[in-house]
Design a protein. Sequence first.
Lengths: 541, 190
Amino acid sequence: MGVFEPNSQSIPDWDDIFTQLSNGQMADFPGGIHPPQAKELSNTIPIITPNLPDALYIPIKQHSGVVGNISVKIGEHVKKGQALTQSSHPFSVPVHASTSGTITNIIEHPSAHASGLPETSLELIPDGLDTWHLLPVITDYQSTPPMVLLERISQAGISGLGGAGFPTYIKTNTQKPVECIIINGIECEPYISSDDRIMREHALQIKQGIDILCHITQAKRVIVAVEDNKPEAYKSLAQACINDERILMASVPTKYPAGGEKQLIQVLTGFEVPNGGLPIDLGILMYNVGTCFAIADAVLYGKALTQRVVTLTGKALAKPQNVWALLGTPIAYLLAHAGYDSNKQKRQKVIMGGPMMGFTVLNDTVPVVKITNCLLVPEQDELPDIDDEKPCIRCGVCADACPAGLLPQQLYWYSKAKELGKAQDYHIHDCIECGACAYVCPSEIPLVQYYRQTKAAIRQEAENKAKSDKAKERFEARQARLLADKKAREEKHKKAAEARKAAMENKGNDAKDKIAAALARAKAKRAAAKAAQDNQQDDAN
Amino acid sequence: MIAALITLGILALIFGAILGYSAIRFKVEADPLVEQIDAILPQTQCGQCGYPGCKPYAEAIANGDEINKCPPGGEATIKHLADLMGVEPKPLDGAHGTEDVKKVAYIREAECIGCTKCIQACPVDAIIGASKQMHTVIVDECTGCDLCVAPCPVDCIDMVPVKETPTNWQWKLAKNAGGTVGDINIKELS
């Protein structure tokens, strides 16, 4: 059923893998596609730092996990890098002020999410000074206990910058032994070049991040993987890592989606992450290059995560480029910075993320968040809208393209028929939503949308089930309690009735006695009266 | 002839014994049908089906009643019931109400007089309060059954739709108000 035979060994032999990799031998993942790259639009000029925007909208939830509590007040002056939320929950990381200024409002602002629904955000008006609130610098990280470094990574608000936004310190704080760290510099999605630029320009700091991660996890081996369409990035990283025995550079053949976590592991090691498992089950931790940069920033320079590289691209922009965008910058500001020409679009359309996995934003005040790697503004006809989907012709091309070895066609039918159970039987949760199936589909069916909908429906159904189970439990508990109450009441009534009856009987006896006594008294009285009468008669006689 | 009869008889006895033993040894504790049906029903205890709760309706279905009388469960519940009962799914019976967005009860607390009538009506103990004290609904426990609304003498209970957030939002298919959402076709890119 499209599922590949697992490798006969369950634990990777790392010496073997490293020998093979250094000989240039690599495995492959099933499927995959070769879409036009379009990276040269934005990857030729260095990363630019735009001027400060007029206002920042910082959503309090920018990672997957739990939201912290807002720890600042309206009107409070904050410095760049100062935490704005705090939480004791382990699945929470704080968000920080991206520049110095005044918190002017706490509002519901459109979110950087496909729904565009409002989320609680802090409005920050910059004071123009951009003064830092730095955390204490840890230069000698090698003699610092790992827990302290993890705490710093958490404090600095670092969550995976590759896309999923999972808090980095949770991933790093694993109890299982880490054999190998993989640094993901693949960036396989068309148009995006933010990782490419950061690798070219900041290879040394990425290396510092890698060193810190190696110290924390005690990993002995590192693979730095870069796709072979980014030779400059590969060269500068290789230069930075040249004297490190632990690090192996790997140039991965360009194929979408080689940058997917599971796909990259398969390419490099030949091993598949077990169904429902995590890379750490194979002794692997994977980090995005941007995350490594942010870790070095947090530890060695005391800087919290306040900015990230965002690719501004698409032919509707006069100056496509990469920028250091402050978290919370409204996208309209960045688009204006890159020379957005609305005449080049018939209908305004901005995609957050790349053309394969991104989503159309519904509002241009949406802020840049930790997982925003690209803003794509296509010219009219650059990325045609999807026409009405045509019927599936059962050609099976999607199954050949699926990098997870699933059967997209079956999933499509079951999604359409809302057969949630069947969709799960066909492993819909192993779908990484890469969009390769939709890309190759000759009927232009937006397959991934169906899967997203089905996944959401499955989650909803599970929630409903949990809720109805709880309701049932509460209902039954209530019924049992009411029944017990009723029984107790009946018991009480019964006892009361018995008591009354007993009392009545007692009282009855009393009454009888009294009546008898009264009768006796009356009788005695009558007798006395009669006796007196008799005496009188006798006297009269 | 007699040998054959005896042989077959003995065989019958042996197999009978094996079958009899395994019937006892490997007895499957089958989930009674009513329990299975009850597990599918949404447990709002709202009574819209005409029975005084989900369990009684489950019993009625087991005894042959229609499976399309549960508006809170809607199409999904009907589908599951059809699967379980081996019948064709039917559209929801409009006489018992229509499938609505999920709602929860909300007490306008300033107007509450503390009569406890709603507390007595709530089948899942989702309302807290005491006599002559303000009452309030535990949102997470409320099933949206509507049963507390009618008993309230001052009409201070509203049924409000559950708010849509990015967490419970559902992906909509291509043609929605905002145009195309999600993956974009780039194959015609030169």
